[in-house]
Design a protein around this ligand. Sequence first.
Ligand SMILES: NC(=O)c1ccc[n+]([C@@H]2O[C@H](COP(=O)([O-])OP(=O)(O)OC[C@H]3O[C@@H](n4cnc5c(N)ncnc54)[C@H](OP(=O)(O)O)[C@@H]3O)[C@@H](O)[C@H]2O)c1
Length: 186
Amino acid sequence: MSKLIYYVAATMDGYIATKNHELGWLYDYPPGDDATPYDEFYQNIGATIMGAGTYEWIMKNAAGEWPYQNIPSFILSSRNLTIFSDINAVVIQDNPKNIAAKARDAAKGKDVWIIGGGKTAASFADAGELQQLFITTVPVFLGSGIPVLPVNQAIHVTPNKQRCLRSGAIETIMDIKLMKQLSVNS
Ligand SMILES: NC(=O)c1ccc[n+]([C@@H]2O[C@H](COP(=O)([O-])OP(=O)(O)OC[C@H]3O[C@@H](n4cnc5c(N)ncnc54)[C@H](OP(=O)(O)O)[C@@H]3O)[C@@H](O)[C@H]2O)c1
């Protein structure tokens, strides 16, 4: 079955943006040629999910082009967000279980990328609808900001792969343990 993957870059102290939604700390960091190529990750993705905060950030900062045009995107919001008609995306308000089912369906066997932000990814983790995290931890501390995964309960993970890059960043892939597995093993 296709996985829901939260693929994100975070600081060493666990933030994905400053309090003012700035990502300069990330764009200042050169990933280096030993980092996993974005295209390698993206070719296995059949749909994306993002919260309204992330959508608004992209619309404000991406240079006029929707970066995920070749696949459907689900933008989560309780508001009447304006979506330009030429963008391959819909606004949706529902619980994470129903949204995950729709996104999996749309992904046609490929994986679903939860782009973010932290609040959205955490709601899927809390609902048992997040299977994997791929976090690139950038060698910088911010002291405050938007948390990477502000869950409401302990979410246990199994390390799948970890690589220290020459730049000092760390790529970590983690699988989320199923609640059932946890209660049997604990
Ligand atoms: N470092 C990175 O790689 C990275 C990646 C992605 C994002 N970011 C940053 O993260 C920040 C945004 O993150 P965030 O955690 O503040 O916000 P977010 O998760 O992007 O958006 C949260 C909003 O999504 C909507 N939402 C979430 N779940 C919903 C549901 N089930 N049904 C309906 N609406 C739902 C709500 O919007 P309404 O209020 O409209 O209802 C909620 O306030 C931005 O600064 C962005 O740049 C960084």
